[in-house]
Design a protein. Structure first.
Length: 130
C-alpha cells in the first residue's frame, strides 16, 4: 500500500515551457536579485481523468550553487481544474542574482481524490552577455 502522502503523475499530464524572456531593467528589483526572467508555461492534461492543481513548488539554483525553494498554494492565484484534453497557460517570473536554473512541480488531486503531481521541466535562465 502507498504511503498516505504518495502521489502519482497521470500518463499524459505534462508541463511545457512555452517561452522564457529576460527583461533588463524591468522595474525595481532587490539589489541582490536584479535579473528578471519571465517564463510562460502550459500545463496540458492529456490523461484520461480530470485533475485539480492546488499548489506549486519551485527549486531555483543560481550559478554559485545556492538553492531557493519557493512553495505555495495555488498557481498565479488560481486552482485550475483540467478535464482530459484541456490546458492551462500562464506566465510569471523569477528574480535571480545572475545565471540560474529552475525546476519544480505542481501538486493536486484527481476526481477520485488520488494525489497527483506533475514536474516542471528544468530550464536555464541566462543573463545575456553585453
Amino acid at each position: 500500500m502507498d504511503a498516505p502522502d504518495a502521489s502519482e503523475t497521470p500518463a499524459g499530464l505534462e508541463v511545457v515551457l512555452d517561452k522564457l524572456e529576460y527583461l533588463p531593467g524591468a522595474g525595481r528589483t532587490p539589489p541582490e536579485t536584479p535579473h528578471v526572467f519571465v517564463y510562460h508555461l502550459t500545463i496540458r492534461n492529456g490523461s484520461d481523468r480530470a485533475v485539480t492543481l492546488l499548489a506549486r513548488k519551485w527549486i531555483v539554483q543560481d550559478a554559485t550553487g545556492e538553492v531557493r525553494v519557493i512553495e505555495g498554494d495555488k498557481i498565479v492565484g488560481e486552482t485550475p481544474r483540467l478535464e482530459p484534453g484541456q490546458a492551462f497557460s500562464y506566465n510569471s517570473y523569477h528574480l535571480a542574482a545572475g545565471d540560474a536554473e529552475a525546476t519544480g512541480g505542481f501538486h493536486g488531486h484527481d476526481d477520485t481524490g488520488t494525489r497527483i503531481h506533475v514536474r516542471i521541466p528544468r530550464f536555464a535562465m541566462r543573463v545575456p552577455k553585453e
